[in-house]
Design a protein. Structure first.
Length: 541
């Protein structure tokens, strides 16, 4: 089968410098000094002003002793302070380790310890989450906002450092270590060299046909590859502007889109569902949006959504490791597919058991390799075993199942890896289980996906209790709220006598998924009353 690859409209004339993140920003500041790069809620930043802030923050880091190559974690809401820290870190030649703002407990400790982060730039609202964590390498805590007595370094002091030029870095030097959510084990840090990080952004110029006249609408967290690469950095490369928002508001979305003249945005399936469910308005079609991109839009409403809001939805396939791997060509969308393969990658469908390439539209594991230097991530940080396993036979194995149809378009089928996707977040069942198992009444558990009312998945956990123990549903919910991110908190819990297992004692989650939300499942989502009965193991055997 011939695999159709998108014909890249590579605008090399837009930037001729080294593929280094800090150099791209410096070039934009020189070419478009007075153009607004960021429209934020409390201030706007031109390209020259953003570069100046990055240079000063980098100088402040250097004065603190942060050396090139050191890992600096960032845990901040989507504000201009985050942009200052993000670009200041790479400007200083350090490696940015963005952390999900919902992480706490073992989720947070694991990333800080494994990455060897010596410094963290953290918002004051998250500062207390560091308390009690054993972090032997962490030497500096830089706080945005009032540290409330904590002996943290004020962000303003670092941001007022003496400006320095971009520290010399090679394209192969690491820019980011971006932690994936983990599917069968702890989260893994994807190593993104400078050139790879920019490939992840550069491909979007072709996919979205971006120009300097575009205005991006950014509503996703900046620790996600979608906002970081597909929206922010791709816009910078194109010389476009970005409207920076701290989150998604269904009631204010279209008014904000219209007032800012945004021309494109990223979505997740639930965003499309929620916007479509809003009452129709006479101004629905009066917006400047050309195109929106994402995944998991409900197929049954795509056409009506496009006509109602006068735009085009592009269902794309990619990941932190791959960047964008396939995408439709605007105006030539083939519904039910994820479009053509992006030019920086070669995609092959393999038998997941044998590694043999499959043809004739047969489904198998989606595997990839780069067609350009550093077009793919460079492996997993401090995890050579995971890197070797992922790149067996010199192909990166995504853990996703898909096929190439008769026209060479990629069709996503499902996930081979044991991953749950809820409201745009990939959730590690392993880490959910590890947190739930910390409850003193729990002997073991299994987390798995069940269908959600609004698309994607909900988290369900089957729990085996310790002998003679009971568990209060409200108390369990409160326990989960203290130990795990909000998006990972189980929506449903089922108390079982034992988990279905293979002879080798591996949990057979496919059996649990097939049963779904059964009659004895407990819905934790609407818990409001403390009068709920406790559940004991004796009641469920």
């Amino acid at each position: 089968m011939t695999v159709l690859v998108r014909k890249a409209a590579l605008p090399h004339e837009q930037y001729s410098g080294p593929w280094v993140v800090s150099h791209l920003l410096a070039d934009r500041a020189e070419r478009f000094p007075e153009k607004v790069a960021i429209y934020a809620e409390h201030e706007d930043l031109t390209y020259s002003r953003l570069a100046q802030r990055a240079a000063c923050f980098a100088g402040g880091l250097s004065q603190l002793g942060v050396a090139p190559g050191e890992r600096v974690a960032t845990m901040l809401p989507a504000t201009t302070a985050y942009l200052t820290a993000w670009f200041g870190v790479v400007w200083a030649g350090a490696i940015d380790v963005p952390i999900n703002n919902d992480f706490r407990g073992e989720f947070l400790r694991h990333i800080l310890v494994e990455s060897g982060a010596t410094t963290i730039v953290i918002d004051a609202q998250f500062l207390s989450r560091l308390d009690g964590l054993e972090l032997p390498e962490l030497r500096r805590v830089i706080c945005v906002g009032d540290p409330q007595g904590n002996r943290a370094i004020p962000f303003e002091h670092v941001a007022a450092g003496n400006a320095i030029g971009p520290v010399a870095r090679e394209e192969r030097d690491i820019a980011y270590v971006m932690y994936t959510s983990g599917t069968t084990g702890p989260s893994k840090g994807a190593i993104l060299p400078n050139r790879t990080a920019l490939w992840n952004a550069f491909a979007w110029i072709d996919i979205l046909a971006l120009t300097a006249n575009d205005v991006a609408y950014s509503m996703f967290p900046l620790f996600h590859v979608t906002a970081r690469s597909a929206v922010i950095t791709s816009s910078f490369w194109a010389g476009a502007s970005v409207v920076l928002r701290s989150g998604f508001s269904v009631s204010r979305f279209w008014a904000d889109i219209r007032s800012t003249n945004a021309t494109f945005f990223a979505y997740m399936g639930s965003v499309v569902h929620l916007l479509n469910a809003e009452p129709k308005h006479e101004l629905d079609s009066q917006n400047a949006v050309r195109v929106a991109f994402g995944a998991a839009a409900p197929p049954g409403i795509i056409t009506d959504f496009e006509q109602r809001f006068r735009l085009e939805l592009l269902e794309v396939y990619g990941s932190t490791e791959l960047g964008p791997a396939s995408a439709p060509i605007p105006g030539k969308v083939k519904r039910g597919t994820m479009g053509r393969i992006c030019p920086h990658l070669d995609i092959q469908i393999q038998d997941p058991e044998t590694g043999v390439a499959l043809t004739n539209g047969l489904p198998g594991e989606i595997c990839a390799r780069p067609t350009v230097p550093m077009g793919l991530f460079a492996g997993y940080w401090s995890r050579p075993d995971a890197t070797i396993e992922a790149f067996r036979d010199l192909w990166f194995h995504t853990g996703d199942r898909g096929l190439l149809d008769e026209d060479g378009y990629l069709v996503f089928v499902d996930r081979i890896k044991d991953c749950i996707r809820r409201r745009g977040e990939n959730i590690s069942s392993f880490e959910v289980e590890r947190s739930v198992n910390e409850h003193p009444a729990v002997r073991e558990s299994a987390a798995y996906a069940v269908p959600s009312d609004v698309g994607e998945d909900e988290v369900m956990v089957a729990i085996v209790l310790q002998p003679s123990h009971t568990i209060d549903p409200l108390q369990l919910r409160e326990f989960c709220e203290r130990t795990m991110p909000r998006f990972a908190i189980p929506a449903f819990v089922r108390i079982v006598g034992e988990l279905p297992k293979t002879p080798s004692q591996r949990v057979q989650k496919f059996k649990l998924r097939a049963e779904g939300v059964v009659a004895d499942s407990l819905d934790l989502r609407p818990l409001r009353s403390k009068s709920l009965p406790a559940i004991s193991i004796k009641e469920t055997r």
